[in-house]
Structures are given as C-alpha cells and as structure tokens.
Write a protein that binds this ligand. Sequence first.
Ligand SMILES: O=C(CO)[C@H](O)[C@H](O)COP(=O)(O)O
Length: 284
Amino acid sequence: MTDTNVEAAKRAAGQQAVADHFDANASYVGIGSGTTIVYVVEAIKERSTNPAIRFVPTGYQSRQVIINAGLTPLGFDSLPDGVMLDVAFDGADEVDSELNCIKGGGACLFQEKLVAERAKKFVCVADYRKRQDRLLTQWPTIPIEVAPLSQNKVAAALKTLGSTNPKLRTTLLDKSGPLKTDQDFYIIDAAFPTLLTRKDVQEGRGKGDGSDGTWEVNNIAKAIKSLTGVLEVGIFSGLNGLDAQALREKDGERSAVSGGQVPVAVYFGMQDGSVVVRTADGEH
Ligand SMILES: O=C(CO)[C@H](O)[C@H](O)COP(=O)(O)O
C-alpha cells in the first residue's frame, strides 16, 4: 500500500463525512487537526454557501488549514455564550468498537476536546489503519498534555498506573528538546497494554480498573486526568454528543456547557476505495 492510497482513503472518508454531516446553512463548524482534516475542509469548501459561516479551529495548524482554504476562522473563546457548534469534524489516531478514540498524535488534544464537547455532533474521519476493536492495538501510546514543571512527577505516577515507558515527546530534531503544544505545555506519550472496552469488562475479560493489570478506556482516562499537572488526556470517551445533548434536554438544561467527546460516527477510508461508517449501531 503506497502513501497515495492512504491519501485517497483519507480523501474518500472526508468527502463522505461532509456529504452526510455538513449542512450548508450551518453557522458554526469545528475543524480539527491533522492530515485527514484537510480533505474535510476541501469538501466543505466545495459545498459552503453561507458567507456568515464561521469555523472554529483546534489549534495553530487547524487555523492555518481554515485560512488557506479561504474560510473564516473564529476562536473558541469568541463563540457566543450558550451557542453550540452545529458539527465538529476531526481526525483520530485509533478508534475502538465503542467509538472511543485516541487523539493527540499531532499534539492538539486539549483544544480538540474543547471543540468536540462544544458540538451538537462530533464526527471523525480516518483511514483504515485507525480502525480497530480496541485502543492501543496498533497505535502504541496515550498522548497526555502536561504542565512542564510536573513532567517527572506525572511520568512517575503513570508508571504506578502500569505504563511501561512514559516518554516525553521531543521535536523531530531531538536535540531541540521537548515539543511544546499550543498551550506551551509538554506531551508525554504513555504506553499501556491494549485497553478493554465496556463490553469486555461486562463479559469478564478483565476488571478494567487497573487492579489486575487491565484498564477499561473510561477508567484509565479518569485515572490519568486526576493526576495533578495533567491538562488533558488524549482519550475521547464516554457519551457521544447526541446522547449527551439528549440527556441535557431531558433534564431541562439546554446550556452549551458540555457535549460529548465520542463521535456519533467515524468514517474510515478503506484500501479498496470504499468508506466504512462506524456508529453506535455497528458498521455499514
Ligand atoms: O489528534 C490529532 C492531532 O492531535 C489528529 O486528529 C490525529 O493525530 C489524526 O491525524 P491524521 O489525520 O494526520 O492521521
């Protein structure tokens, strides 16, 4: 499989995700980071007719992609109070059968989570390499954004949680030192054994709470997030945006405080040119 085929798979995923989830009358659209999102923006550009539409980026690279496409960016902190994004699109490093994702391969996880949670619908686009049953199957580590001062302390705590080799991410030129995120924080990439899904725990494949060496996705995300010095964890888990929104509306609360981190759908561009769509109901 050549790089050209991987790029074709990404483009096919982006085109179909936009065809299914982008409404040309939308007012606010979240745009994530990475290489696949470029194809989403390309497809949006072909369809967008509303001159007042605004695109909320998840970091520097994402903002540049929006601007280079001739679209108008809007900072997350400029969104009007109480307004949710109509939809947010983003890439993923790995996706499990319950639609939990690992993100942060491009070091943008904090703003990506802010944007995903602010969207009525969060949609992911990826190529076939990211389509797995469990997280940490092919993608090796959980990216974690940490305050520079806390890096040693967090790395030690990650080892006690069972991470074999938490590593500070450096720039491509190793000698230039630690990579800095858009928040001027560091990234620790922490290897753990393959993570269990909720179903795995229900079916007795492990306790999933770390006590027997197994971790379920939501449990490890919470355990890492609770460490002082951790800004955000590159695991997107829990309820999806539509479920979270339905719960808020049922409870009579329509605020834009928190949507879901889990996509309602993930579009995987496949090696044969087709696109597989994974939702809570399965794949088609
Ligand atoms: O989380 C991300 C950046 O932090 C990206 O969305 C993720 O790494 C996917 O990137 P790509 O589309 O290049 O595979």
